[in-house]
Design a protein around this ligand. Structure first.
Ligand code: ATP
Ligand code: MG
Length: 263
């Protein structure tokens, strides 16, 4: 459904961040993208959603195609309207001055159908914690509650594809588990495809159909969930359950990655 091919992206004409990235997302699936800080994960989402230029970024080469159409340089509003793509940024954007209900209604304000209330009900069903915070301003809610609400706001636009940038960031472990359960439910029950950016590899891989690992602006590994889960490097460096001795972690990491992934 989304095909990214050979994407090269720079910021401010000089800072080269993506060096030829190719990924593909299938309809109905959760695809995860793992990678350390600065790998270029967020940059890829900015490119897919069309907001890259707001950050002074440019696509030098390569393309993004959605359902066969080239959208590489389309504006974000067109991408969202035409293809139902919603990008939930890392910074958890809610309307801080509005309460929960106002947030959800506001997010649905461009809709003309009569099912807005039903969808509000669906958001509360997925995130019951939000029903306890109906009166206060969203800006005063906890990080976890704001994350739930930002996903709720996204759902109110009836998206086809959600781009999620580290939804588990900063959440307590119990909330992380809850969050991924809900992500899986939204995918299955509401038939929404997802591109899930995560540093929490263990949690992301439990719900994803397939995944990519990115390092320094390149995809260094890709595979189905099963392939990734059984990969020794993934086990060792992302799942913390490898069998090898870890004497000099950094050196071993560099060496093994080069050897196995970059050939
Ligand atoms: N607007 C910008 N201008 C210049 N450089 C930028 C800009 N945004 C990001 N970068 C740089 O691009 C590189 C990739 O950043 P990006 O945010 O895409 O990585 P990331 O994988 O999402 O990292 P993190 O896990 O920390 O969120 C980093 O070196 C970052 O400093
Ligand atoms: Mg990021």
């Amino acid at each position: 459904m989304i095909e990214v091919e050979g994407l090269r992206v720079v910021y401010r004409d000089v800072i080269s961040v993506l060096h030829g990235v190719s990924v593909s997302l299938e309809d109905g699936q959760i695809t995860t993208l793992l990678g350390a800080n600065g790998a270029g994960k967020t940059t890829l989402l900015r490119t897919l959603s069309g907001v890259l230029h707001i950050y002074d970024g440019d696509v030098l080469e390569g393309s993004v195609r959605i359902d066969g159409q080239d959208v590489t340089r389309l504006n974000p509003v067109t991408i969202a309207r035409k293809f139902g793509i919603v990008y939930i940024v890392e910074e958890r954007t809610v309307f801080p001055q509005l309460n929960v209900m106002e947030n959800l209604k506001c997010a649905a304000s461009s809709r003309r159908d009569r099912e807005v209330n039903r969808d509000v009900g669906r958001v509360f069903e997925l995130f019951p914690a939000l029903t306890k915070r109906l009166s206060g301003k969203a800006g005063y809610m906890s990080g976890g509650e704001q994350q739930m609400l930002s996903i709720g706001n996204a759902l109110m636009t009836r998206p086809k594809i959600l781009l999620l940038d580290e939804p588990s960031l900063g959440l307590a472990p119990i909330l992380v588990r809850e969050m991924f359960k809900v992500i899986e439910r939204i995918n299955k029950e509401d038939a929404i495809s997802m591109f899930l950016i995560e540093q929490n590899a263990a949690a992301a891989m439990k719900v994803a159909h397939k995944g990519y690992v990115m390092e320094n602006g390149r995809v260094v590994l890709e595979g189905t969930r099963r392939e990734l889960e059984s990969n020794e490097d993934i086990k060792e460096f992302y799942l913390g359950s490898g069998s090898g001795e870890k004497k000099d972690y950094r050196q071993a990491k560099r060496y093994k990655r080069r050897k196995r992934w970059l050939g």
